[in-house]
Design a protein around this ligand. Structure first.
Ligand code: SAM
Ligand code: SF4
Length: 352
């Protein structure tokens, strides 16, 4: 049971160096891995139409790693040179006792770990903001695609915008830096994006726009959702002055300072501008499956290694294999109506 787990007191010393050595994780294209996206659940309290169908099938709980196992894995990655961990999902804050994991990992900050962050839909952020700040989290990414309550209810299939705005305000009050992420959706929030960006900047938040990716079956046609950020940027530049910024957060976004709003805008362009050459990331699902690429089928089973009789050796082998199979780049395409997704996995599974 997760409820009684205190990941620190139950930590087993023989598992703490996943890979069995201190060697950094370097893939076959000489990219050094420093960033782990750790999914702690595939479940969610929203049903964003671009992410999953209304009747999404979630994994049986027994398949999901315990908080203790998640902690062991995370520590192992830190010991192999990972300096940044983003906890993601599904919705991380729906997982019971998730703050225990943040508190335990927070104690690794300054001891290998440089940054511990979270991506959340913010429906439960008001409740957890103080505890996250206390655990050592300094920045959170909040997904917010619209400021219109009805549109939010249609887009997420849940009427939860007031809670989300409350969560964002609570995070700010708790001293957390909030970055807003919005998926740019053709004909859905396309008309509202300038207002959303301006609102975010007026509240002191960076805003990042993301192109929708063909991951997992959904009920809508992906091609109809897709909006190229190249096109959008052209439009925004007619009303605002963009200056390239050298700001980086370790992720794939490229940033621009906007003179008129005084804020920073990030663009993540997996379709219109491939950024894989600088990829420093690995993703681990809540069931301990390591996907070296969000857009690829390559996978290594860390749970089997972790639960084996020789976890240290088997995890070392699994990580060595992951470094060998991490592909050079993803091959997302968005040009054919009715096309199968690039991967059957939903983003909620691999973690955003
Ligand atoms: N539930 C949390 C949230 O929404 O922030 C964390 C997980 S969610 C999968 C992480 C990010 O992935 C969110 O910003 C979401 O908008 C984005 N996302 C989900 N499905 C996507 C897709 N098919 N293409 C692009 N982004 C997607
Ligand atoms: Fe849930 Fe995040 Fe997916 Fe929306 S994008 S359904 S909030 S996991």
């Amino acid at each position: 049971m997760d409820r009684d787990v205190n990941p620190v007191t139950v930590r087993k010393p023989d598992l703490i160096t996943v890979g069995g050595s201190d060697a950094p994780l370097v893939d076959s294209f000489r990219r050094t891995i420093s960033y782990l996206r750790l999914s702690v659940t595939d479940r969610c309290d929203l049903r964003c139409t671009y992410c999953m169908p209304e009747k999404m099938k979630f994994l049986p709980r027994r398949e999901v790693l315990t908080l203790e196992e998640l902690y062991e894995l995370a520590c192992g990655f830190i010991d192999r040179g990972v300096t940044k961990i983003r906890v993601t999902g599904g919705e991380p804050l729906v997982r019971r006792d998730i703050i225990d994991l943040f508190s335990a990992l927070g104690r690794r900050i300054g001891n290998g770990l440089e940054e511990l962050t979270l991506t959340t839909n913010a429906t439960q952020l008001a409740e957890h903001a103080d505890a996250l700040a206390k655990a050592g989290v300094k920045r959170v990414n909040v997904s917010l695609d619209t400021l219109d309550r009805e549109r939010f209810a249609t887009l997420t299939r849940r009427d939860a915008l007031p809670q989300v705005l409350e969560g964002i305000a609570a995070a700010k009050d708790a001293g957390l830096q909030v970055k807003l992420n919005a998926v740019a959706l053709q004909g859905v929030n396309e008309d509202e994006l300038p207002d959303l960006i301006a609102w975010g900047h007026s509240q002191g938040h960076d805003v990042t726009l993301i192109e929708v990716m063909p991951l997992g079956d959904i009920e809508e046609e992906r091609l109809d959702q897709f909006l190229s950020l190249g096109t959008l940027r052209g439009r925004l530049e007619r009303q605002w002055t963009f200056a390239e910024s050298d700001h980086r957060t370790g992720g794939p976004a490229r940033y621009y300072d906007i003179a008129e709003t005084g804020g920073r805008l990030g663009l993540i362009t997996p379709l219109s501008g491939n950024f894989c050459a600088g990829c420093n990331r690995l993703r681990v699902t809540a069931t301990g499956q390591l996907y070296p690429c969000l857009g690829g089928a390559e996978r290594v089973d860390l749970r089997a290694a972790l639960r084996s009789d020789h976890p240290t050796r088997n995890l070392a082998e699994a990580l060595a294999q992951a470094m060998m199979i991490k592909p050079e780049k993803h091959h997302f395409r968005m040009d054919t109506r009715g096309a199968d997704p690039a991967q059957p996995r939903h983003m909620s599974m691999t973690g955003g």
